[in-house]
Structures are given as C-alpha cells and as structure tokens.
Ligand binder design. Structure first.
Ligand SMILES: Nc1ncnc2c1ncn2[C@@H]1O[C@H](COP(=O)(O)OP(=O)(O)OP(=O)(O)O)[C@@H](O)[C@H]1O
Length: 647
C-alpha cells in the first residue's frame, strides 16, 4: 500500500516564470490608450507609451511584451500602471491610501478553465471599461479614495473618518501596488512588512478589498441552475461594509497624544473637523472612540471642553437615561468629569457605532455643513423612514419620563443604510440642569425639534425659526401633501392647556408604521438567508480544519503507521482527489463546485462510493464517504490524545 511520494514541486502547473523587476514604463502601453483610445495626460507627464504601433513593433521584444501576452487567466503579473512620478497635490497634504481601490483588471467573459490569455495586441474590448476608472495623475489618489470610502454620489467631498494627515501618521508617498514584483520581493524579504520599528507603530497596509473582486463569468452568461463562486459567500457589499467597520473599530493611532482616562484607554478621535462650535451644547465638543479597561469593549466618549460641574445632581440625571432601550437611541452608559485633557472636561460614555455619519454630514454637502448648499433631493420614502424611526425614539424617551431635547442634524447619526439614532441624549439635561425646565415643556419642544429635523433634511438646509414657513412651503412643492401636513403638525405648538402626545402622532402615521415594519421584516428575511449561507461555510471550514490538521503532519513523517498507512493514507488521497485534481494534460483543475460537493458529501457521510488513486497510480481504493467520515473522526480523535502531542 505504500506509495511513492512525489515532490510537491513536480505537480505544480508549468506556468511561465514571473518577470524579474518592473517593466520599463516607456515600453508599456498606457491603459487610457487601451481603454479610451487616447490619454488626456500624454502631454502632462504620463510616463507610459501612447503609441500602439510602437507596441506592436515591440512584440518582437520577448521580455517586455511577450511574457505579458502569454500569461494565463487572471493575470496578476500584468505591467503595473504606476506613473514614474506621482505629483503631490498640495504641500502638506499626505497622500491617502488608495491601493484598495486600484482599478481591477477584469477580463470580461473569461471563465476559469476556458480562458485564453489576454494579449496586449488585442482590441480594448477584452477589458471591461465599466470597471476601470480613468487614470488621472493629478488627483488619482483623491478620486480613488472617494470611491474606496464608499462616498455616495450625493457626497461631493470624500468622507474619510480617519485622515492620516490629522494624526501625523507616515503614509507611503508612492502608490502601493500589490502586484508589483518589487513589492512582493520586499514582502518576501520582510522589509515591507517588518520594518525596523516595532510592528504596532508601522502604518497598517490598507485592506486589499479588490483582491476579492467578483470576476467573471457573469450571471447573464450562466444557466439558471449554475452558480458563481460568489454565490456561496455573503454579498461583496455586505462583506466590505463589515470589514470596514471592523477595521475602524480596531483602529489605533500610534503616537497619539490623547490621554488615558481612569476606565478608558486607546482613545481615537472621531471628529472629522478641527473646528468646534459651541452652538449645540454651549461648550466645544469632541468625540472619541475608546476601549473600556473594565470589559475590553469599545465605547464612544463625548467630551465637552471647559465644563465645570457645580451641582452633583446634574451628572446624576444621566442615570435615568440607562432606562431607555430603543433601536433609534444611542444608549447612554455613564457620565463623569475629568482633568486628564488638561482642562475640566465633562465626558459622556455612549455606545459606539463604527463609521457612522451624522445626518448633517450625509445630507448637507459642501465645506460648510451649516451653509446653504443644496444637494440631491432625499427620496420621500427615506424621509418617512426617518419620521417613523424618530417617532419610535421619542416614544421610548417620553415613556421613560425624559425629553430627547437634542435633534440637531449633527447629533442624529446614520449607522447603516437609512438607520438613524439620536446620539446626544442626556447632554443638555446635564449642561442645562440649573435651568430646571418642566418636563412637559421639554417634551412639547421635542415635537418642534422633530419637525425642524425633517424639514432640514427635506429642504437640504438647516432651517431657523424665521425661515420655518418658507421651508414648509418648499417641502410642499417637493413632497406629498401628507408629508408636508405631518411636518406642519409637528411644528405647530398645541394650544395650552392641551398638549401633544407622541401616541397621537403615531396613530396619524400608522400606514407608514406598517410599511416600515414590513420593510424590516424583509430585511430580516434577507439577512437570515445570508446567515444560513454562512452557516454552511462555517460547517465546511471546520471540516477543512480537521482535514488540514490530519494530513501530512511533518512530526509523524517517519511514523509509517501514521501518515502513509491505514486511514490517514486514504484521507491523504482524498485530499488529493478534492483539491489537487488535474486534467488529461496534467494541468490543475480548479473547480469550487467539485470541492464543495465532495466536502458536503464527506460531512454528511453518505453511502456514495468514491475511487481514490495514489499519485503513482499503483493503488486504487473504492471507499464510501461514510467510511471516509469515520476515518476523519478517528484520525482527529487520535490527534487529540495527549500521548500524540509532541509539542
Ligand atoms: N456613538 C457614536 N459612535 C460612533 N461615531 C459617532 C457616534 N456619535 C457620533 N459619531 C460620529 O462622530 C463624528 C463627530 O460627531 P459630532 O457629534 O462631534 O458631530 P460634528 O459634526 O463634529 O458636530 P459639532 O460640529 O457640533 O462637533 C461624526 O462623524 C459622527 O458620525
């Protein structure tokens, strides 16, 4: 039963060797010429070749072009599109990371196993121009960063919550190209990833989101029953959103000057602007993400600078806010004063929502968020969704005998698509504690603030008391009468002694409550189906982890009873059968469908038989998946025996 071992190298596909060093830019046809037929930057410093004829004449040059043309499917070694000089846009502005959004090279219509190598001489039609952004040397990083940050079309400024220039973090001054030979050489010898300074001070490389970019075949080319690799995983958008959030949550600022507080450490500033106004609370405010030293969880700290506590009861009022548990209110955890920042500061501890934006940031474009610039009209169904969510928040707050008080667009945050939360509850209760205003008055004022919030979003402008009437008229011109009347109701004070109640408001918008509820149910259904897919992936991952721990353990190399005999040998052949399939010409067959099918059958332990052949083709086993499953379990159990552990 012993089989001759083949060296792994012998089984490698005979691909062409990777070129040594970077291709000379002059010998590389500019992508803009390839895609658009011309390059706008030809006379403005673009270092690449703009003469396709020159390229064809160069086809006789084996190293520069032929190698590229002879590459196989999904050619990562294509000449990198890196201009020799990248102009810096302005003095002092650090170049933001942009590699995550480098234009992917997506040969349309290429299909694993059926692809023909792309040639530089072929027509631009082999590219998918829709996926490739025009290269713009002057503002390349900037525009790419906008795309990478997911700034919507409605946002004219790139939203970068963590501008590196703000923290003085050194970022690479040239474009990082993960496919560059030099870069990978650096990675190999460790210089790029393990610089001389300690690992935690090194600037983190941006996540390579585009490495997961869905490449063909395209849905429309497939039959209904056929599946893409990406059909087995969560949607790209969801995965990227979650990864970005995780990245933001775990972000730390090396060399941060921010202090450590009694129970909170690793503070990271969340404010996107350095200009602080005291208009909302009467004190300049700062926001930080921080880690609790008690439980290791992340919290958001809102700091009011220069606040002096004169009455202990003021800060105790925050305790009441712990009773409010609502999906549209950011939970308030605690409040305390500190001198750690060098002044007397008041700190509010709330839940942290990574990458959230304020409604002002999201809807009011331009440099001045309190200015009059008008951006895209917010769809009416989004406004109704905001109305329903704010009504739900107010209901919870009023039910706890509190008043929301602060509904400024800069204090309502967007934590997901159309998902809003009141983020600064309890602050005014503390800082205006001395005023001792009656609760009923504050609750009635909530309706006014609510109406102004919706009016501001609907008219894309901050409305003041003097412009209310005009703004309502403007709202009526853009949206339905029902929406206008709803906002007008909120803005009209009740005739004393009568008071408005949130329940009256909720019954008035009941049809929108029902549709919001229905939308949530649909969203839950979608997420459950995504989740069930991940359950399958988790199951298969565990199985692969087991197989990985069993197969080819080096420490049992000399132990014939372990690796080359009995059940382990069969599992080794099964591993070859699942992952190392080759075609008639000995070329690797990469078929995720085959891998998934085999692993699923193994996991289920079905009675179907499979024929496993040794690499030297001298031995063949016919064995059922049920038998293989038993062997996996037995081999894994043996590994877990204390006597087996040698480390
Ligand atoms: N609980 C939270 N979790 C995570 N991020 C938050 C939270 N609350 C607010 N943020 C984010 O912190 C940033 C700063 O918020 P802040 O309330 O200071 O708004 P601002 O626009 O800077 O207003 P101001 O000019 O009044 O300071 C915003 O991008 C906001 O989305």
């Amino acid at each position: 039963m012993a089989a001759t071992r083949l060296q792994p190298e012998l089984r490698k596909p005979s691909g062409s060797p990777r070129p040594k060093g970077r291709e000379n830019a002059k010998e590389t046809l500019c992508r803009n010429v390839l895609i658009y037929g011309h390059c706008r930057y030809e006379d403005q410093g673009c270092a690449f070749n703009h003469d396709p004829n020159k390229m064809s004449s160069m086809s006789s040059q084996p190293d520069a072009v032929k190698k590229v043309a002879s590459r196989g499917t999904f050619n990562v070694d294509s000449p990198s599109f890196t201009p020799s000089t990248l102009p810096t846009t302005s003095a002092g502005s650090s170049i933001p990371s942009h590699t995550a959004s480098a234009p992917p090279f997506t040969p349309r219509g290429l299909n694993s196993g059926t692809a023909t190598p792309a040639s530089l001489d072929t027509e631009p039609a082999v590219f998918n121009p829709a996926q490739i952004r025009e290269f713009t040397p002057q503002n390349y990083e900037y525009s790419q960063a906008v795309a990478a940050n997911g700034a919507g079309a409605d946002s004219q400024l790139p939203y970068d919550p963590f501008p590196m220039s703000a923290v003085g973090q050194a970022m690479p001054t040239t474009q990082y190209n993960p496919y560059l030979e030099e870069t990978s050489n650096l990675a190999n010898n460790g210089a790029a990833f393990f610089p001389s300074q300690p690992a935690y001070t090194a600037p983190a490389q941006p996540l390579q989101y585009h490495l997961y970019a869905p490449i063909g075949p395209h849905r429309e080319d497939l039959l209904a029953y056929q599946r893409l690799t990406h059909d087995f995983f969560m949607p790209e958008k969801t995965r990227e959103d979650l990864q970005r959030k995780a990245e933001a949550t775990l972000q730390v600022m090396p060399n941060s000057q921010l202090p450590t507080l009694d129970n909170f450490h690793t503070l990271v500033a969340l404010d996107t602007s350095h200009q602080k106004s005291a208009t909302v609370f009467g004190f300049p405010g700062w926001l930080y993400k921080s880690t609790s030293s008690k439980n290791g969880k992340m919290y958001c700290l809102r700091r009011l600078e220069g606040y002096r506590l004169t009455n202990e009861n003021a800060i105790r009022s925050v305790k009441d806010w712990r009773r409010v548990d609502n999906g549209n209110v950011v939970s308030v955890i605690d409040a305390f004063t500190t001198r750690a920042f060098g002044d007397s500061s008041l700190i509010f501890v709330t839940d942290y929502f990574p990458l959230s934006k304020t409604l002002a940031e999201h809807h009011f474009s331009g440099t001045n968020r309190y200015g009059n610039r008008v951006s895209a009209t917010v769809p009416e169904k989004v406004l109704w969704s905001y109305i329903v969510q704010m009504a739900s928040a107010i209901k919870a707050v009023h039910a706890a005998n509190l008043a929301a008080r602060c509904m400024d667009p800069s204090k309502v945050i967007l934590t997901d698509k159309n998902r809003i939360r009141l983020s600064a509850c309890s602050v005014l209760d503390v800082v205006q504690f001395e005023a001792q205003r009656p609760l009923t008055e504050l609750q009635q004022e909530d309706f006014l603030h609510f109406g102004r919030l919706i009016l501001s979003i609907g008219t894309n402008n901050l409305v003041s008391t003097t412009t209310l009437k005009n703004a309502v008229d403007q709202l009526g011109r853009t949206y339905t009468a029902e929406l206008r009347d709803t906002v007008a109701w909120l803005l009209t004070p009740a005739q004393a002694p009568a008071t408005k109640s949130i329940d009256d408001f909720l019954s008035g918008i009941s049809s929108h409550l029902v549709s919001a509820f229905d939308n949530s149910l649909h969203a839950i259904d979608t997420q459950m189906s995504e989740l069930s897919r991940e359950v399958e992936n988790g199951r298969l991952f565990r199985l692969m982890a087991k197989l990985g721990t069993i197969n080819e353990r080096p420490e049992y190399e000399g132990d014939r009873n372990w690796s080359e005999n009995g059940e382990r040998y069969m599992l080794k052949l099964f591993r070859d059968y699942v992952f190392h399939q080759v075609d008639a010409d000995g070329r690797p067959v990469i078929d995720l469908g085959h891998i998934l099918t085999c692993l699923n059958k193994l996991d289920a332990g079905i009675d179907e038989k499979v024929s496993l052949t040794s690499r030297d083709e001298q031995t063949t086993f016919v064995v059922t998946y049920r038998e293989l499953k038993k062997q996996v379990m037995a081999a894994f159990a043996e590994l877990q025996k204390p006597s087996k552990g040698r480390y």
